[in-house]
Design a protein. Structure first.
Length: 230
């Protein structure tokens, strides 16, 4: 199978693969991670709220998202977001969202459910004495969360947050269903164009492995350092 392996097709395709494909993959990963952490933190605070209805709404959202295949959610948001946007702004016709922003919204909303559970665990890992001490100083709930609890929770959860980001990086390859040129999509296009499926898919798998393995090792080192500090 590897007797006629063509390394030249990989070499010729490197600028396209990394300039077009990997750039999109990293951009989507970064935007979805930041958006997912922000929205997930809000969901976590809602789940821990003393208001049952607020906790129920957040819990329903998290359980729903975690129970659905990501591929299905991608299709849902791609076809529904234009109509939802039109309903919000009162437009008679669907708004033009585009495949890129549909994918950003999809991954942000989907990953927020997982980041929510991570942040909820991080918040609960902080001693209740910290909360009581903040209240004793006259801080309200939001000031206590923003100035006392969340900074400690983020520090505790950094390794897990980064691990989830690695999973998100791998999942971005699913945007191929929207005909978006991510790294895997770019490799697939070159493979189909040149008839070199083995070369391109082996190379894509190798790149994903190197990036994810290296990132996982760095997360492990960071986790050990955080554990020592604590």
């Amino acid at each position: 199978m590897f007797s006629d392996f063509d390394f030249d097709v990989i070499w010729r395709s490197l600028p396209y693969l990394f300039k077009e494909g990997m750039t999109f993959t990293l951009t989507l990963t970064a935007m979805a991670t930041v958006g997912g952490i922000i929205f997930g933190t809000l969901l976590a605070m809602m789940r821990l709220s003393r208001f049952r209805w607020l906790s129920a709404v957040a819990g329903t959202y998290v359980n729903l998202m975690r129970s659905l295949p990501l591929l299905l959610v991608i299709f849902w948001f791609y076809f529904l977001v234009p109509y939802i946007g039109a309903w919000v702004i009162g437009s008679p016709t669907p708004i033009q969202v585009g495949a890129f922003w549909s994918s950003v919204i999809t991954f942000t909303m989907f990953e927020a459910a997982f980041f929510c559970e991570i942040m909820r665990a991080g918040i609960q890992s902080v001693s209740r004495g910290q909360t009581y001490a903040a209240y004793a100083l006259g801080l309200n709930y939001w000031q206590t969360m923003g100035s006392v609890i969340l900074p400690q929770a983020f520090r505790n959860m950094i390794p897990v947050l980064l691990t989830q980001t690695i999973v998100l990086f791998q999942d971005t390859s699913l945007v191929y269903v929207l005909s978006i040129t991510d790294f895997l999509g770019a490799a697939s296009k070159v493979a189909q164009r040149d008839g070199r499926l083995v070369e391109m898919y082996v190379f894509a798998a190798l790149v994903y492995f190197i990036i994810c393995f290296t990132a996982s090792r760095l997360v492990r080192v960071l986790q050990q350092r955080v554990a020592i500090v604590r």
